[in-house]
Design a binder for this molecule. Structure first.
Ligand SMILES: Cc1cc2nc3c(=O)[nH]c(=O)nc-3n(C[C@H](O)[C@H](O)[C@H](O)COP(=O)(O)OP(=O)(O)OC[C@H]3O[C@@H](n4cnc5c(N)ncnc54)[C@H](O)[C@@H]3O)c2cc1C
Length: 434
């Protein structure tokens, strides 16, 4: 890294990634500074995308948020904030139109526009096209190596907040190709198609899988769309009010206080609020469409349930997909000119970024980072400052870790922790390092 340009200033906070999580933190800090604080926080954020983008590859027209607009970047922390979804609507002169719409769940396209609007107002604290490649502890602060386009620069900060989000999760041995994609790339790749596919295969039974199946079926009016999954049917997401409490800020306290056994139980009970489940409305829509096709005697939407992938041969113009209907073991081959793995996402592993820092961090027996209630990674005493995690803390803070629901409150908690530690710095813990 000797060619890296050294930036002299030592920032209070350096955020890695500028998705909704660190955007919410940037707002919390900006509101603190704006209110005439005598201890303003100097923060900078680095985002590797060329401009703000929230899962752009899945911005399918008509898809809606899985979370109420009241759980926006600020409202649950500061209902009076001018960074709220309602302030955005007001600014765009759509507030009364939205009220008439009578929905709590805006489209993802509109929510993206909201996030972009908020990010645009914080342009002075974020650098795009800037990928963090390394974080190093030095005397008194961290040095963070950032790739800005083609050149490297070293930035300095007393505290680092990682919010690097999710990445595609694929079946083992899956090979992506010209016509074999993960759903996160869907809307980036669709424009590359030179002709409409005749047969599409979508693997998976979660919300994204159902959305992709719906989209391909609507978009390519002559194509057969095969939805392949191991379940007997799509399962509905539980968004009933008592179950929804698992997303409350208070549930984070309860989860954090629990033993590993209780945490495991809570996750298991409430997986169906978020994982491998689909909005009931969409399930019913797909069912109605499939039934209509049966009536007409031309079935384009084929639900291959209780079915597993046996083999996929990726080819330049698609894939040969062998599937097995598990109850009978009967196998068939689908000659697909488009295969989409909608097989989920997983938190990006912070390990690669932490590099040498990893040995100053406390890890549990499962190889996961130990994290304090204020989202600070537990570290040894030698580290010069704190490392905070937004995301990747499902094992300690519960199901909201990778979601939007608790982002506003979490950002406030991290801001408060940063401020409190500045007043009364506490060092890390003395750990035995092996
Ligand atoms: C299609 C889809 C729909 C979803 N819908 C919902 C929903 O309705 N409700 C909900 O609660 N959750 C939803 N989620 C979950 C999702 O994780 C959250 O919505 C949200 O994206 C979390 O924000 P984040 O900032 O933590 O992560 P991200 O939004 O993933 O942002 C992380 C950012 O970090 C950047 N980055 C990564 N590594 C680096 C690096 N080394 N250097 C610089 N930048 C880096 C990335 O480019 C990215 O912009 C959805 C997820 C998907 C995939």
């Amino acid at each position: 890294m000797s060619a890296a340009l050294n930036q002299e200033k030592v920032h209070d906070v350096l955020g890695i990634g500028f998705g909704p999580s660190n955007l919410a933190l940037a707002i919390a800090l900006e509101e603190h500074n704006r209110n005439g604080a005598d201890d303003p926080v100097d923060a900078i954020f680095f985002e590797r995308q060329a401009s703000f983008g929230w899962h752009r590859g899945m911005l399918i027209d008509g898809t809606t948020m899985q979370v109420s607009f009241l759980k926006d970047l600020v409202t649950t922390r500061n209902p009076a904030s001018d960074f709220s979804f309602l302030s955005y609507l007001h600014d765009k002169d759509r507030l009364t139109d939205f009220i008439n719409h009578k929905t709590m769940f805006p489209t993802r396209v509109e929510y993206h526009d909201y996030l972009e609007w908020a990010a645009g107002r914080l342009a002075d604290v974020v650098r795009y096209d800037s990928e963090v490649v390394e974080v190093q502890p030095v005397e008194g602060h961290f040095e963070v190596v950032v790739r800005h386009g083609g050149r490297l620069a070293v930035h300095k900060a007393r505290n680092v907040v990682l919010a690097v989000g999710l990445e595609a999760s694929l079946p083992e041995d899956a090979e992506l190709g010209e016509r074999v994609w993960h759903n996160l790339d869907l809307m980036h790749r669709i424009p590359e198609l030179t002709e409409a596919p005749k047969r599409c295969v979508v693997v998976g039974a979660g919300q994204s899988a159902a959305e992709v199946t719906d989209y391909l079926h609507r978009t390519f009016a002559d194509a057969e769309v095969c939805a392949v999954f191991g379940r007997y049917g799509y399962s509905p997401a539980d968004d009933s009010p008592f179950a929804n409490r698992i997303f409350d800020p208070r549930a984070v306290d309860d989860f954090y206080a629990s033993s590993p056994e209780v945490r495991g139980k809570l996750m298991e009970y409430h997986r169906n609020t978020n994982y491998s489940v689909v909005d009931l409305e969409l399930i019913e829509e797909l069912y109605a469409r499939s039934y209509q096709e049966k009536v007409r005697g031309h079935e384009r939407l084929r639900i291959l349930n209780a079915t597993r992938l046996v083999d996929v041969e990726t080819r330049p113009a698609g894939a040969e997909v062998t599937v097995e209907f598990e109850p009978t073991g009967e196998r068939s081959v689908l000659d697909a000119d488009l295969l989409v793995y909608a097989t989920g996402c997983r938190p990006r592993d912070p390990y690669a970024l932490l590099g040498e820092l990893a040995r100053y961090c406390a890890w549990d027996e499962q190889g996961t980072l130990q994290v304090e209630r204020d989202y600070r990674v537990r570290t040894t005493e030698e580290l010069p400052g704190a490392i905070y995690l937004q995301g990747g803390t499902e094992h300690t803070h519960g199901i909201t870790s990778s979601l939007l629901s608790n982002g506003a409150v979490r950002a406030g908690e991290i801001r408060d922790s940063l401020l409190a530690r500045r007043k009364a710095p506490t060092r890390g813990y003395a750990l035995s390092r092996s």
